[in-house]
Design a protein around this ligand. Structure first.
Ligand SMILES: *[C@@H]1O[C@H](CO)[C@@H](O)[C@H](O)[C@H]1NC(C)=O
Ligand SMILES: *[C@@H]1O[C@H](CO)[C@@H](O)[C@H](O)[C@H]1NC(C)=O
Length: 388
């Protein structure tokens, strides 16, 4: 072998090695500190070495394009933002980012701000000042969603412009820009010019979950985050899974290395119409009962689900068509991901050579090791596949 070829071969093998380090983008739901007992999860509980990116959720937006701090006492007076960003001292390669928006924020203020070039410019300078003041590495835009939930059709193109303007300034300042996006063909089709937003975004967090829940009009049980379509599904249903969303985003021009696949550290639960019919497609009559810590009917954190399966005799089944798990007991059923199905999703990310995994949210893992899988089993499973 010529020396040059050898050098090239070595360079290439290094390139491959570096490329095999995938992103693990961890959202932290900051309100988790207020939960009781094992549900309580605060900044001090975060292990930053398990995440390449940590995202603080959320800050809000005011009508005049100023930044709305949602919990001033905790975040500023008691130094929450500072402590979050100081997690980098324990893991210098980890980036800390703040997310603006979220489901509760909706569209109103975003629509107002993006529609007006003066407000957009003010927003860019306000957010840059905010990131510098609190020492964040970047911004994640979590507008749910452009041109939906009170937004206007023009949001779609104005969102492109906003991201372009943010990126221009962020490039100079060294901040990263990402977004959490509606993953489905139908939802994303209404909200995004995918090719154009992809140019401004350093990475794209596909919210590849919430595909099914008690909001489903056919009133039958479906999984929160199926990996694949099932043979019996109709054409619309076949778009409601991770694989369909990922391929849709790629087909619309999103670069594969920018795509992070969302993984849900929670499940969606149902109260069954008939306790003897307990699988996907069975009729439901209501949300599943609220969990003891998250206290929200229709969803359960992983640490609540694993308590049911490991301590309270819920039956666990793997769905071989959709490659996710579900658990049931009496008239309760929940579709979710466990260590094995999360590992399968991580392998999928690796096989397609996508950017990495995103997590909503790290506070819902079994951080205390109350179940049989040890501490932080889901996040460790992602790290095992994606950062080996
Ligand atoms: C994943 O999606 C692609 C593109 O739509 C499709 O060709 C492939 O069959 C899907 N994989 C599975 C296992 O369903
Ligand atoms: C679980 O099943 C075991 C064995 O049948 C039984 O002894 C135990 O009481 C059950 N626990 C609950 C919470 O149902």
């Amino acid at each position: 072998m010529h020396h040059l070829t050898l050098v090239l071969a070595i360079c290439l093998s290094f390139a491959v090695t570096i490329d095999s380090q995938k992103k693990i983008v961890c959202y932290f739901a900051s309100w988790a500190y207020s939960r009781d007992s094992i549900g309580k999860y605060d900044i001090s509980n975060i292990d930053p070495t398990l995440c390449t990116h940590l995202i603080y959720s959320f800050i809000g937006l005011n009508a005049d394009a100023s930044i709305k701090i949602l919990d001033y006492q905790r975040e500023v007076t008691n130094n929450g933002f500072r402590m979050f960003n100081e997690l980098r001292q324990k893991s210098p390669s980890t980036k800390t980012i703040v997310s603006i928006g979220g489901w509760t924020e909706g569209s109103d203020q975003f629509t107002r701000v993006v529609s007006d070039s003066n407000l957009r410019a003010r927003f860019v300078s306000n957010i840059v000042a905010f990131l510098k003041q609190y020492n964040f590495n970047g911004l994640d835009v979590d507008w749910e969603y452009p041109a939906q939930r009170g937004g206007k059709p023009s949001d779609k193109e104005n969102f492109v412009i906003l991201l372009r303007e943010l990126k221009q300034t962020f490039g100079r300042e060294g901040f990263s820009l990402s977004a959490a996006v509606n993953p489905t063909e139908y939802g994303a089709g209404q909200s995004y010019n995918i090719r154009e937003i992809s140019k401004s975004l350093d990475f794209i967090n596909l919210m590849t979950y919430d595909y099914h829940g008690t909001f489903d009009e056919d009133k039958t049980v479906g999984h929160n985050a199926p990996l694949y379509a099932a043979p019996g599904e109709n054409a619309n249903q076949k778009t409601l899974n991770v694989n369909s969303s990922v391929n849709f985003w790629i087909s619309q021009g999103a670069p594969i290395e920018k795509i992070n696949v969302g993984t849900a550290f929670y499940g969606r639960s149902f109260t069954l119409a008939d306790p003897n019919q307990h699988k996907r497609g069975s009729p439901f009559i209501a949300e599943g009962k609220a969990g003891p810590y998250t206290k929200n009917a229709g969803t359960l954190a992983y640490y609540e689900i694993c308590t049911y399966t490991d301590r309270e005799n819920w039956t666990v089944r793997y769905d071989p068509e959709q490659h996710v798990v579900y658990a049931f007991k009496a008239d309760q059923i929940v579709g979710y991901d466990d260590v094995n199905s999360i590992t399968e999703k991580a392998a999928y990310i690796k096989n397609l050579n996508l950017g990495g995994a995103m997590v909503w949210s790290i506070d819902q893992d079994d951080s205390n090791g109350v179940c049989n899988g040890g501490r932080v089993p889901l996040l460790r499973a992602l790290n095992k596949v994606l950062r080996n």
